[in-house]
Design a protein around this ligand. Structure first.
Ligand code: BGC
Length: 767
């Protein structure tokens, strides 16, 4: 009987392989997938099924005696052949992937391929700007292309599963993982979520050259208490439904194949055992059909939370809440046999967890085509088109904060014949790439110093001074994860001497370009900060260079809003480049010298200082809005307004908004004219905000409900059109505990940032 079934499966697999070859041209139907999966399930033993739920970290290059290797506890070929693993993460070398895959496919009883996953967050071999920067482009089509390139490279290596996009809304810049998401706003966040899912997965799950996504961290991870990574989140229902959940919902609607459960307690229940999130919302309300993977070791850590009694209870609570795959902790493989034997977990519950994992492998075409072409992979990695797109993405992500006296763009030639490039990040190939750059070659990264040198040519003297170093325990995030090499910091005297040398260089030059910000590991996981000031001695360096009286341009490389209050008053030109990726140096030089015009806008509010945190534009009005009078919602010592508002960003040209028209039919049609009133071509991000004046709940003072990035030549005028349909006007009412669209009067503003002044109103009579 078993042999008969086996034969049948092999024939089906073979027939499918012959049919579809290496390149399936269309997605499989539900019925085809279902029949393959049911066939497999019938033939699988209980331990083979549990194996599919088990994912292990493998660090092939880690020293065998180091802590990283212990996390992975390298799998043996016998275990793989026995079917103990459904998936591995952190293997990125195509030859290692092929070798492991051969063991799984050739030596196992049912030939079930492995699914290799990795943190493909902002590129794989070609490193793109960090996600927060990509969101600052306000250009979903660009973001889709960037993630499609990342998917192409990852899948060429055999990594068919990206642990991204991270769609957590973050309104507290102390939280280092703000760098991995799209910032503070659910509307922009949802647009970026959809774009990333499309880019990663392509037109259908299994499209060649693409990967399956894992939307994370479900849900509420961005609201960590005190901005401390991993800390509990306390989120009201109103916030959850209106702010935190929408980007996840958008990603699921766009077809995201997997979801990663978050680490933290959400309102007292760890997300990895939270059946409200994983069953009620994800599966029942949204109809999610893929599988859920826990975050790393999160199943085992249900005991650490003080939630599960022991490892067995942890496995029970995670699987019954809806976590299908256990990342890294081996809790399922160790505990599920007992739970099945005692009947606490039923064989149906086990099958329900295995089914979507197998279905994903079937859809991804892994049964037909589990291996990669290693030399083909190398040529994909080397694609010049990928590097070009990374450069364009970095140009389009940069945000110009200040440009007094039109210091930028810099003229080439005689005016600034000598340029001092200064700062601990100016020539750092590691840092310009940002935090999730783990599979690339850092030696390929173009620093700002190199970008400037290549741009100006021999007529201009460019000299560099580091100006002190930023303290760093590990030389890179890569080393931090593997707990390998540590660095030897400079002494205080050496730092002081470097600052002095930098100031000296500035005073002998015509212009100083300071490249300051954060090292790559200061933003990202486990990288919370209590201060938003420039870390280390950078503020002192900046002030001393400014005191030379030379014109100063400040270029920022960072992954979170920083406190730039002093710089915003004393430094004439400030360009926020974020962590712009491996082509960042070229892109920054393009922007500084006018070969590209900044058009990015802030996806997150920049506070005046850390004391204003959390600060975001879409707050509610309160009974006493801040009008600068006493007894209003404000501080004694600082204005409530931010330093730079959400949506803000300058250009080398200027734009004028006029003629706002609102027409109402079954939807609300909003039109506005936008004109380039300067003398350079440039991009403007046209942003539409609404406010519902009254209803069953108070609504935010403004909410983004439409945006378009448009390009205009000098004097060119374009009409921009937005439609406000049902979705844009609805919200989850805390009073009525459901999504509503209400009769009300709405304000509408259109402009170039969240302070837009051009205003109109419309009335919704029939909800
Ligand atoms: C992070 C996830 C990541 C996983 C695997 C965890 O610590 O929270 O975002 O995907 O590690 O690297």
């Amino acid at each position: 009987m078993l042999i008969g079934t086996m034969k049948c499966i092999l024939i089906t697999i073979f027939a499918f392989a012959a049919d579809a070859q290496r390149i399936p041209v269309a997605p499989l139907t539900e019925a085809q997938v279902e029949s393959r999966v049911s066939g497999l399930l019938k033939s699988m033993t209980q331990s083979e099924k549990i194996g599919q739920l088990n994912q292990l970290f493998v660090f092939p290059e880690a020293p065998p005696d180091g802590p990283a290797a212990k996390l992975g506890l390298a799998p043996t070929d016998q275990e793989i052949a026995k079917g103990d693993y459904g998936s591995f993460l952190f293997v990125t070398d195509p030859s290692v992937i092929n070798r492991m895959q051969h063991v799984a496919v050739d030596k196992s009883r049912l030939h079930i391929p492995l699914l290799f996953g990795f943190d493909v967050i902002h590129g794989f071999k070609t490193i793109f700007p960090v996600p927060l920067a990509l969101a600052a482009s306000w250009d979903p089509a660009l973001v889709e292309q960037a993630q499609a390139v990342a998917a192409r490279e990852a899948s060429a290596a055999g990594v068919r599963w990206a642990f991204g996009p991270m769609v957590d809304i973050a309104r507290d810049p102390r939280w280092g993982r703000i760098v991995e998401g799209a910032g503070e706003d659910p509307f922009l966040g949802s647009a970026m979520a959809r774009a990333q899912v499309r880019g990663f997965q392509g037109k259908y799950l299994g499209e060649p050259g693409h990967v399956v996504t894992s939307v994370k961290h479900f849900a509420g991870y961005g609201a960590a208490d005190g901005g401390r990574d991993y800390d509990s989140s306390s989120i009201s229902d109103e916030q959850l439904w209106n702010v935190d959940l929408p980007p996840f919902h958008a990603a699921v609607e766009a077809g995201a194949g997997t979801v990663m459960s978050a680490y933290m307690d959400l309102n007292g229940v760890p997300a990895t055992a939270n059946s409200f999130l994983l069953q009620d919302v994800l599966r029942r309300a949204w109809g999610f059909r893929g599988f859920v993977v826990s975050d790393a070791f999160a199943v085992a850590n249900l005991t650490t939370h003080g939630f599960a009694k022991d490892a067995e209870d942890a496995a029970f609570r995670a699987i019954t809440a809806g976590v299908d795959m256990d990342m890294g902790s081996r809790t399922y493989i160790r505990q599920l046999p007992k739970l099945l034997e005692s009947g606490r977990v039923s064989s149906k519950q086990l099958d329900d967890a295995v089914r979507p994992i197998l279905a994903t492998k079937v859809r991804m075409g892994l049964f037909e085509d589990p291996y990669v072409d290693e030399s083909g992979a190398r040529s994909i990695f080397a694609s010049p088109d990928h590097r070009e797109l990374a450069r364009v993405a970095a140009q389009r992500s940069a945000v110009l904060f200040r440009n007094e006296g039109s210091l930028l763009p810099l003229p080439r030639g005689s005016k600034f014949a000598s340029i001092a490039v200064i700062g601990p990040l100016a020539d750092s190939q590691l840092d310009i790439r940002g935090p999730w750059a783990l599979a690339d070659d850092p030696g390929q990264a173009i620093t700002v110093l190199k970008g400037i040198r290549d741009k100006v040519g021999s007529g201009t003297r460019v000299e560099y001074a580091r100006g002190g170093e930023l303290r760093r325990v590990y030389p890179s995030m890569f080393d931090a994860i593997r707990h390998s090499r540590k660095t030897v910091p400079l002494t205080d005297e050496q730092n002081v001497a470097e600052v002095r040398a930098a100031v000296e260089l500035a005073s002998q030059s015509d212009l100083a370009i300071l490249v300051l910000g954060e090292t790559q590991e200061m933003s990202g996981e486990g990288a919370s900060r209590t201060s938003l000031e420039l870390p280390g001695k950078q503020q002192e360096l900046l002030a001393k260079v400014a005191a030379t009286g030379k014109p100063v341009v400040l270029v920022l490389l960072n992954g979170r809003p920083l406190d730039l209050t002093w710089a915003s008053q004393h430094i004439p030109a400030i360009l926020e480049a974020w962590f712009p990726g491996a082509q960042g140096g070229n892109a920054v030089a393009d922007l500084l010298f006018g070969d590209a015009n900044p058009g990015g806008k802030l996806p997150v509010t920049f506070p005046r200082n850390v004391g204003q945190v959390p600060i975001y534009y879409a707050h509610n009005l309160t009974h006493q809005p801040d009008t600068a009078a006493d007894f209003t919602s404000r501080y004694w010592d600082q204005p409530t307004s931010p330093l730079y508002p959400f949506g803000y960003g300058l250009s080398y040209t200027t734009f004028e908004f006029s003629n706002l028209r609102v027409d109402q039919g079954s939807s609300v049609e909003v039109r506005v004219d936008v004109k380039n009133t300067g003398d350079r071509a440039g991009d403007e991000v046209v942003q539409l905000y609404i406010h519902q004046q009254f209803g069953s709940a108070s609504r935010p003072v403004r909410e983004l409900k439409g945006f378009q990035r448009i390009a205009l030549t000098p004097n060119e005028k374009k009409e921009v059109h937005f439609t406000l349909g049902g979705n844009e006007l609805e919200y989850w009412s805390a009073a009525l505990r459901k999504m509503v669209r209400e009769r009300s009067v709405f304000d509408v503003w259109v402009g170039g940032d969240s302070k837009a002044q051009l205003h109109s109103t419309f009335t919704v009579l029939r909800p």
